[in-house]
Each structure stands twice: as structure tokens, then as C-alpha cells.
Write a protein that binds this ligand. Structure first.
Ligand code: E4P
Length: 211
């Protein structure tokens, strides 16, 4: 399993880098628009802040434009590139053409059927939009479960995205997601439980150690 930072802010990537267990960074056009840096510069800085993958979401809609945008992203990010290609019929064609030269994920997946095609097209990852699916379809965790079922004999792994609480993150893994991507606040929230704090305080009050 890998847990990624879902952000394009260099300041957040610096914090995630220090955390030590965050394995890479996922971006999308909306996240890149929140940076005050041009996308090329932001992507270069993010890449320098992680030894793991940096996901870039292709924005073009026409096949030829998608291929050239994808290759441009690969030039900027280098070997750490994982493309995020939207789950559209043209997007799947782009994955089929690119997956032998650049690692591809398929993003904005809302059905098990799309996960099957992502796998057939050669994507390494299928990205489930968990909370959006709950809001739009009723049950984003069921979506992850269905995707895990159809991908059980596939090399395509499930990255759970659009996660809005630690409970939803854990439920997505329980339902079969292989990886998570989370905003910085959620990464931090995943580490905290009030009873852990209380328990540590009890040891501090009652115990002794090396110092
Ligand atoms: C992940 O790769 C996506 O960019 C992200 O999680 C989308 O989530 P949202 O529903 O918060 O936009």
C-alpha cells in the first residue's frame, strides 16, 4: 500500500516530505490552479520534494493533444511521472497508446465497468472517486468493493481518492483499495485518536523512561 499527498502546493509537499511515510503526490488541474506557480514550475518543485511518483492529470480532450500533453508532463516530471487520464472513451484510447511508454492511471472512475476497461487499456491504477461517488451515486465504498471484485485477477491497482474523513479512508482500504491519496489535513487526521492522546498522557504522568 502507498499513501499519497493530494495537493499541488509546494508548502504542503514540504510538510508531507518531512512526515516520512507519504510516498508521492497526486495533482489535478484544480489543485494546480491553487498554486501561485506556473504548472511547469510547481510540478518540478513537487518532484524534487518526493522520491516517489508525481501524478499529472491530462487536461486535453482530443487524442493527439492528450498524447502530446502526456509526453510534455513526462519531460517535466521525468521517471517519477504517473499520468492521470480521465475515464472517457478518448481517455481510454490515450491510455492504450501511452501505457507502454509512461505509467498511466485512469482517474474519475465511477463504475466497475470503467475499471475493467482501465485494466484492459494497460493502466497501472484505477482511481476511485469515493466521496464524490457517495454524493452522486449513493455509496462510494460499494464502488471500491465492486472495482476490487472485477480487478482481482488484474495487475491494475485501486487508488482511492476524493476521501473526506479518516473513517472513509479506512473503509476504502477495507473494501479493497490498494492505495490512498489524501489532502494534507486528512493525512494528519489519520494519525490522531483522542484515546491515544489520553493514554500517552497517562504514561507521562505515571511512568519513567530513559530520560
Ligand atoms: C485524486 O487524485 C483527485 O484529484 C482528488 O482526490 C479528487 O477529489 P475531490 O473530490 O476532492 O476533488
Amino acid at each position: 500500500m502507498a499513501i499519497y499527498l493530494d495537493s499541488a502546493l509546494v508548502s504542503e509537499a514540504e510538510i508531507a516530505n518531512k512526515i516520512g511515510w507519504v510516498r508521492g503526490i497526486t495533482t489535478n488541474p484544480t489543485l494546480l490552479s491553487k498554486s501561485d506557480l506556473p504548472p511547469e514550475i510547481a510540478l518540478k518543485k513537487l518532484t524534487a520534494l518526493t522520491s516517489g511518483p508525481v501524478f499529472y492529470q491530462v487536461m486535453a480532450h482530443e487524442l493527439a493533444d492528450m498524447l502530446s500533453e502526456a509526453r510534455k508532463a513526462r519531460e517535466i516530471i521525468g521517471e517519477q511521472t504517473i499520468l492521470k487520464i480521465p475515464a472517457t472513451s478518448v481517455g481510454f484510447q490515450a491510455v492504450a497508446r501511452l501505457s507502454s511508454e509512461i505509467d498511466c492511471s485512469v482517474t474519475a472512475i465511477y463504475s466497475a465497468a470503467q475499471a475493467v476497461i482501465a485494466s484492459e487499456a494497460g493502466a497501472n491504477m484505477a482511481i476511485a472517486y469515493v466521496n464524490r461517488a457517495t454524493r452522486l451515486l449513493g455509496d462510494g465504498i460499494a464502488l471500491v468493493r465492486d472495482m476490487a471484485s472485477v480487478l482481482k485477477n488484474s495487475k491494475t491497482e485501486i487508488l482511492a481518492a476524493s476521501i473526506k474523513s479518516p473513517q472513509e479512508a479506512a473503509a476504502a482500504i477495507q473494501a479493497g483499495a490498494n492505495h490512498l491519496t489524501l489532502p494534507l489535513a486528512m493525512l494528519q487526521a489519520m494519525t490522531i485518536h483522542e484515546f491515544s492522546e489520553i493514554t500517552v498522557e497517562e504514561f507521562t504522568q505515571n511512568g519513567i523512561g530513559l530520560n
